[in-house]
Design a protein around this ligand. Sequence first.
Ligand code: PSU
Ligand code: MN
Length: 309
Amino acid sequence: MNGLIRIRPDVRDATDRGQPVVALESTLFVHGLPPPMNLEVATEIERIVRDEGGVPATIGLFRGQIVVGLTSKEIEQLSTGADVPKVSVRDLPIALARGSDGATTVASTSVLAVRAGIPIFATGGLGGVHRGAADSWDESADLVTLSRTPITVVCAGVKSILDVAATLERLESLSVSVVGFRTSRFPGFYLADSGFDLDWSVSNEEEVAAIMAVRVALAAESALVVANPIPAEKELDRGLHDRVLEEALAAASRTGISGKAVTPFVLDHFHRATEDRSLRVNMDIIYNNARLAARIARAHAGQRAAAGE
Ligand code: PSU
Ligand code: MN
């Protein structure tokens, strides 16, 4: 990996010393949120992690190099850059070989975080099984990647634009562990509750850290998803949500949008059709997850120190 990966010195230092580090993805702000507030969000997530005593490591590709811990200047360039490709795991070698910039997804960010020795990652919502996938076969590479990447991901479930029931079935088949944080229902991204039950619920950060320790002892190969719902008083109006979702999906199929363009298209439609109310909720979700991930990272670091590791 000589020259192919650059780890920001404070990130490397913190991982070496067993201090709390939180990985963050770049597709979320490059393709999931509109400029100029995408830069504001990318900056604010890092501030929240720091406020909680953690070191933020936003991951992306910059000029043909994997960067674990982008600088604020690099984050600014990616969030304002035209045509920054969305890079999942299969795109990594191609984008890197051509010296490209790149926005990493949940899948590629998870893989790169693990390579850099970071065990926890915060995002908004995972990719999953799309509605109509039985015909289109559209399932995010996030799922398969999480089945073989030992990371803990804090998210607000999967985007409500997906087939949530099918996604939960796939997470089960793929042996991805899922716990609800202070809930026994799977969150619905913009909504606190997707309507689906979870088998396991945890009540605090220490409990998640304890699960992470057992995962290390078991040499777990798959991911742990910590599903963290948005507080009910901050969720999007349900009527508005259901109406706009129908519209957005119809617009996507009418315009013939497919493949990796679907998620950014539908998110953008949502933000415009709800006059940015969904955007506000999206931001709250991300901040909420970054805060929890930093607290879990701190609990994890504390437990490791106490165990003399
Ligand atoms: N959730 C969001 N905004 C996003 C994404 C998820 O709230 O932008 C991104 C993540 O990077 C996720 C990707 O990994 O969408 C999934 O895309 P696809 O369905 O094409 O795999
Ligand atoms: Mn897809």
